[in-house]
Design a protein around this ligand. Structure first.
Ligand SMILES: [Zn+2]
Length: 452
């Protein structure tokens, strides 16, 4: 009995510590609530061709991104093209005879491969103009390839049994490997703020609206009251910082772009991912919540920084505040508030957090060797790590295992403990990028171990 009380006490203490940190809106003390919410998000990706209004249809769930068909007088316009030719053919088949050839124009809202990789299938032999902002073709990629495996946040190599979704898409790169064979270069780009067009009798405005990418455009159909937001809007907290590696997506222009879309008074909103929204009031409420959510996180972060708070302190309290916290469009299935806060800090003040001790820190290996000596050896450290696992102090378990691995990268028991900790952390996440990254990292740790 005494032992049970003691263990319960340890558990309660561990949960109390966990409750202090709520990464990506998931309270660790509530165990698997986040995972089940992430599972429910998959409903966003059920396959559908949705009629927005006369002559405007959106294919949702056939590819990582949405594909919009606009019917014109003598031909069609396609906005975004899906990830690759396989997906694009599925979208084309789903549109069936709604898509009346020829395709007169293809518009890229931005350059991400899941929006541009299926163009060749829609172009066929129709030789359409391909529109984008000039920044799509001249800008540097927002990731330096090979520096960090971008597939891990998408769970590209995870077994089906561990995979749920990618937050704002059912999957990217899991069914068919990422390919650029269906990409076509833009044939007509514009600089500056706006390009007005009439294609196949349809009036369109391409509005430069930087957000998740700096070249993002919103496509506005003034006669049909439809706006296609690209990746400035989807049903999840915005991915202000991608853990696959990249710069902060600057919040201020993103907020301004949402304001610009709000000013349109649209009756239909087609996001780059997840299901569209219909109704002027609903569209206004969704865009307003998105804008205000980003603004609040930015404001709280800057206010904390002015008080001298460091990133580890900021992430303890910066949150999407109520009632915005309940908005279905600000749940942290994809972007994560804590990562955004750290990225805003680093963007303004750089890597140094102000603590002089950290100007020239010990190497990881030196620090680990000293901590291990302090604890009485690597076996003691791993024993405490197993205790931490049992008490669900999962982050601490992973950190203890890291000390052992820093001095001996081949320590099999440390790999097993860390893999277990990362798996447990992943299983408690509502953020798909975090889940996929945790679980993939655990797979890497276990891959090279001999079978027990
Ligand atoms: Zn996208």
């Amino acid at each position: 009995m005494q032992r049970m009380i003691c263990r319960a006490g340890v558990r309660a203490a561990a949960l109390a510590v966990s409750m202090l940190v709520a990464p990506c809106g998931n309270v660790l003390g509530q165990e698997f609530v986040g995972r089940e919410r992430l599972r429910a998000q998959s409903d966003e990706f059920r396959k559908d061709v949705i009629r927005m209004t006369d002559g405007v249809y959106v294919a949702v769930g056939y590819s990582a991104s949405n594909v919009t068909l606009i019917q014109g007088d003598r031909g069609a316009i396609i906005v975004d093209t899906g990830s690759d030719p396989v997906d694009a053919r599925a979208v084309r088949a789903a549109f069936a005879n709604l898509l009346d050839a020829p395709v007169r124009a293809i518009i890229y809202t931005h350059g991400h491969p899941d929006h541009t990789g299926g163009a060749a299938v829609f172009a066929g032999n129709d030789n359409p103009e391909i529109y984008s902002h000039q920044l799509l073709v001249e800008g540097p990629p927002d990731i330096i390839r090979g520096m960090r495996d971008g597939g891990d946040q998408f769970g590209m190599t995870l077994p089906d049994s561990l995979y749920i979704n990618a937050g704002v898409q059912l999957q990217y790169g899991r069914v068919t490997p990422p390919t650029r064979e269906g990409y076509l270069r833009p044939t007509r780009t514009f600089n500056g703020d706006q390009l007005s067009l009439t294609i196949a009798g349809v009036r369109l405005q391409l509005l430069h609206a930087p957000g998740e990418t700096r070249e993002n455009i919103a496509v506005w159909l003034p006669d049909k009251r439809v706006v296609m937001a690209g990746d400035d809007f989807y049903r999840a907290f915005p991915n202000l910082y991608p853990i696959r590696g990249g710069r902060l997506r600057p919040p201020e222009p993103w907020i301004a772009s949402l304001d610009r879309m709000l000013a349109l008074g649209a009756e239909h909103l087609v996001p780059g991912h997840t299901r569209p929204i219909t109704g002027a009031a609903q569209v206004r409420a969704a865009l307003t919540a998105y804008r205000d959510g980003i603004q609040s996180v930015l404001d709280q972060t800057l206010a904390g920084m002015r008080k001298g708070e460091r990133p580890d302190e900021l992430v303890q309290h910066v949150r999407v505040p109520p009632p915005l916290a309940d908005s279905p469009y600000l749940q942290e299935f994809y972007g994560c508030v804590a990562w955004s806060v750290r990225a805003i800090y680093a963007d303004r003040l750089g890597w140094f957090d102000g603590n002089a001790t950290r100007l020239f820190p010990l190497t990881e290996r030196e620090r680990a060797a000293k901590i291990i000596a302090l604890a009485g050896g690597a076996d003691q450290v791993l024993a405490r790590a197993r205790d931490a696992l049992a008490a669900r102090e999962l982050q601490w378990a992973a950190e203890l295992a890291d000390y052992a691995l820093a001095v001996d990268g081949m320590n099999g028991e440390a790999k097993r403990v860390k893999a277990r900790a990362l798996t447990e952390l992943g299983e408690r996440q509502m953020n798909a990028n975090a889940r996929n990254y945790y679980l993939t990292a655990a797979q890497y740790l276990l891959r090279d171990l001999p079978r027990q």
